[in-house]
Design a protein around this ligand. Structure first.
Ligand code: NDP
Length: 444
C-alpha cells in the first residue's frame, strides 16, 4: 500500500465520526501523491505524514456562562494547534452550533497550507465553540466570550498562538475576548487579530478576505485570457467574506447578483446593493428578507438555490460543503467558467472533480481566501512595531500577496505536470515549505 493510502486509512481509523476532517486530509494527500512518491523514503523514515495529520496540541474545555434569565449554560470550547513549523499558530475562532472537534480539525489542517501559501511566517490552527451568538443579547455574548477566554488565555500569546475571527466571530466578539485576555494577563499585546481600530486593529482587515478573493480571481482570469469586467457573479453568504467580495466585485467592473444566509437567498438582477446589505447584516443583524423588503429589484427565496442562477463566475462564501455535485452541474450548464472559494471547503470533493473535469477554472479556498489570514499577519507586524499602516498600504500589500499566491500555485502545478490544476498547485506549494521546516527542526 502506498504511503498516502496508509496515512489516509490511519486518519479514518483513528478519527472516527470526523467526516469533514477525513475530507480535508483526503483532498490534500491525493494531490500530494506525486511529491510524496518522489520523497517517499525520507518522509516515511521521518514519519512526516503521521506528524502532519496529527495536531501538535488539542485543547478541549468547558465554557460555563449565565444567560439573561439567570440560567447557567454550558458550551464546548476548543483550540486545535495543528502545526507551528513555520511560525506561531494562527487561525480563527468559529462560534456556530455545528462546531465540533472534526470541523475544527478540518479547518486547522487546511489552515497549515493556507498560511504557508501566504509566504508569511505563520503556523496553522483553529478553534471555536458550539455556542450560537444568534439571538443572544450583547451581555450574553460578553459573558460567553469572557468565560471562553478565561480558559483559552493559558494557551495563546502574541508569539505562541494568535486567534482571529471566523463564522460568528466579528469585531464585537474579538473585543470581548481581547478585553478578558488583557485583564487576566495584564499584557497589551497582539494576541488576537481582527481587533478594533482603536486598540491595535489593522485597517483593511475587515475587507481583506473578500477583497483578497477578488484580487486572486482577477489574476487567475487575467492569466487565462479572461477578465472580470462586465461579468455576472453569483456569491453565497451574507457575512464578512461575502459582503466584501461583493463590494470588490463591483469595484473591478463585475456585477454580483446573489447573496444568501442560513435561511434563504436573494437574486437581484440589478446587482446587490452592498450598502443596504451592510445595513441589514452588519448593523441590524437581521435576515435577508429585510434586504428584499427594501429593494424592489430583489427577489427573496427560502432555502438554497444561489447556484441555479446564470452567472460567469461563482464565489461560494458561506460555509463548508455548500456547493454539491448538482450545484456544480447547474453552474456548468449555465455557462459559468470560474469558481473561486471564499469559504473554507465549500465545494464537495465530487463537485470539485466535476468542475475541474468540465474545464472550469477552480481555485480552492486555502489559496483564494488567504487574504484574511495574510492581513491578520500584517496586523501582527503592526502590533510588534507599535505602528499603524494606512488603508492603502495594507490593501496594496494584500493585493501583492494574492497575486503571488496565484503565481506560486500556478507554477507548482506546472512543475509537477498538472498545469491548470490549482487544487494540486495550492496543496503542493503550501506543503513543501512546511515539510522542509519540519524536517529541518528534527523529531518534534
Ligand atoms: P460570517 O459569520 O460573517 O458569515 C457567514 C455567512 O454564511 C452568513 O451569511 C451565514 O448565514 C452563512 N452560513 C453560516 N453557516 C451556514 C450554514 N450552515 N448554512 C448556510 N449558510 C450558512 O462568517 P465569514 O464570512 O467570516 O466566513 C464565511 C466563510 O469564510 C467560512 O467558511 C469561514 O471559515 C471562511 N473564511 C473567513 C475568513 C474571515 O476573514 N472572516 C477568512 C478565511 C475564510 P447567517 O447570516 O444566517 O448566519
Amino acid at each position: 500500500m502506498s504511503y498516502v493510502d496508509e496515512i489516509m486509512d490511519k486518519v479514518v481509523r483513528e478519527n472516527p465520526a470526523q467526516p469533514e476532517f477525513h475530507q480535508a486530509v483526503q483532498e490534500v494527500l491525493e494531490s500530494l501523491r506525486v511529491v510524496i512518491d518522489r520523497n517517499e523514503e525520507t518522509y516515511r523514515r521521518q514519519a512526516l505524514l503521521e506528524r502532519l495529520v496529527t495536531p501538535e496540541r488539542q485543547i478541549l474545555f468547558r465554557v460555563p456562562w449565565v444567560d439573561d434569565k439567570g440560567q447557567v449554560r454550558v458550551n464546548n470550547g476548543m483550540r486545535i494547534q495543528f502545526n507551528s513549523a513555520i511560525g506561531p499558530i494562527k487561525g480563527g475562532l468559529r462560534l456556530h452550533p455545528s462546531v465540533n472537534v472534526g470541523v475544527v480539525k478540518f479547518l486547522g489542517f487546511e489552515q497549515i497550507f493556507k498560511n504557508s501559501l501566504t509566504g508569511l511566517p505563520i503556523g496553522g490552527g483553529k478553534g471555536g465553540s458550539d455556542f450560537d451568538p444568534k439571538g443572544k443579547s450583547d451581555r450574553e455574548v460578553m459573558a460567553f466570550c469572557q468565560s471562553f477566554m478565561t480558559e483559552l488565555y493559558k494557551y495563546v500569546g502574541a508569539n505562541m498562538d494568535v486567534p482571529a475571527g471566523d463564522i460568528g466571530v466579528g469585531a464585537r466578539e474579538i473585543g470581548y475576548l481581547y478585553g478578558q485576555y488583557k485583564r487576566l494577563t495584564g499584557l497589551y499585546e497582539g494576541v488576537l487579530t481582527g481587533k478594533g481600530l482603536s486598540y491595535g486593529g489593522s485597517l483593511a482587515r475587515k475587507e481583506a478576505t473578500g477583497y483578497g478573493l477578488l484580487y486572486l480571481t482577477d489574476e487567475m482570469l487575467r492569466c487565462n485570457g479572461k477578465s472580470l469586467e462586465g461579468k455576472t457573479v453569483a456569491v453565497s453568504g451574507a457575512g464578512n467574506v461575502a459582503t466584501y467580495a461583493i463590494e470588490k466585485a463591483w469595484q473591478l467592473g463585475a456585477k454580483p447578483v446573489t447573496c444568501s444566509d442560513s435561511t434563504g437567498w436573494i437574486y437581484d438582477p440589478d446587482g446587490i446593493d452592498v450598502e443596504l446589505l451592510k445595513q441589514v447584516k452588519e448593523v441590524r443583524r437581521a435576515r435577508l428578507t429585510e434586504y428584499a423588503a427594501a429593494r424592489p429589484s430583489a427577489v427573496y427565496h427560502e432555502g438554497k438555490g444561489v447556484w441555479t442562477v446564470k452567472c460567469d463566475v461563482a464565489l461560494p462564501c458561506a460555509t463548508q460543503n455548500e456547493l454539491g455535485l448538482e450545484d456544480a452541474k447547474a453552474l456548468v450548464a449555465n455557462g459559468c467558467f470560474a469558481v473561486c472559494e471564499g469559504a473554507n471547503m465549500p465545494t464537495t470533493l465530487d463537485a470539485t472533480k466535476y468542475l475541474q473535469d468540465s474545464g472550469i477554472l477552480f481555485c480552492p479556498g486555502k489559496a483564494a481566501n488567504a487574504g484574511g489570514v495574510a492581513t491578520s499577519a500584517l496586523e501582527m507586524s503592526q502590533n510588534s512595531e507599535r505602528l499603524s499602516w494606512t488603508f492603502e498600504e495594507v490593501d496594496s500589500k494584500l493585493k501583492n500577496i494574492m497575486v503571488n499566491i496565484f503565481h506560486n500555485l500556478d507554477d507548482a502545478a506546472r512543475e509537477y505536470g498538472m498545469e491548470g490544476n490549482y487544487v494540486a498547485g495550492a496543496n503542493i506549494a503550501g506543503f513543501l515549505k512546511v515539510a522542509d521546516a519540519m524536517l529541518a527542526q528534527g523529531v518534534v
